[in-house]
Design a protein around this ligand. Structure first.
Ligand code: ZN
Length: 140
């Protein structure tokens, strides 16, 4: 898929917000249908997911306390007719060890986020047999 660069948004998410929900709302408010997301900061009591391929669903890993948001990366596309951010995170605990996975939820202590909009054909997530909501595969 070929896209051209759209607008760039750099912003801080208010403390106490749920990070994924806020990014989805931000995309909707600004009519961002496609894009990439990056961020750093700190999250409270985050939950991350590990997709269990055999079970066909996410195993949720709850983390207690405040974790450094070492890295947030993801993309924005369309799911159920709305902009939807698919986000993965690396979270650093007090001992410096990192937990990583699919972002399920996390309360913002600090979050500095960059959204880069992409313009072009809109990719849509659709439910697949493997239990995931995915784009159509690319054709060469
Ligand atoms: Zn994921």
């Amino acid at each position: 898929m070929r896209f051209s660069k759209g607008r760039n948004f750099l912003f801080r998410i208010p403390e106490g917000e749920e990070i994924g929900g806020f990014i989805n709302r931000f995309a909707k408010e600004n009519n961002i249908l496609m894009g990439t997301v990056r961020g750093i900061g700190s999250l409270r009591n985050p939950k991350i997911g590990y997709f269990d391929e055999k079970a066909g669903k996410y195993r949720v890993i709850p983390l207690e306390g405040t974790y450094e948001l070492v890295s947030l990366s993801g993309n924005i596309s369309v799911k159920d007719g709305q902009p939807f951010a698919h986000i993965h995170v690396a979270l650093g605990g007090p001992d410096g060890r990192v937990h990583g996975g699919h972002l399920v939820e996390g309360e913002v202590f600090v979050a500095e986020v960059l959204v880069e909009e992409l313009l072009g054909e809109v990719l849509e997530r659709k439910p697949r047999e493997n239990g995931l909501a995915l784009w159509d595969e690319a054709e060469l």
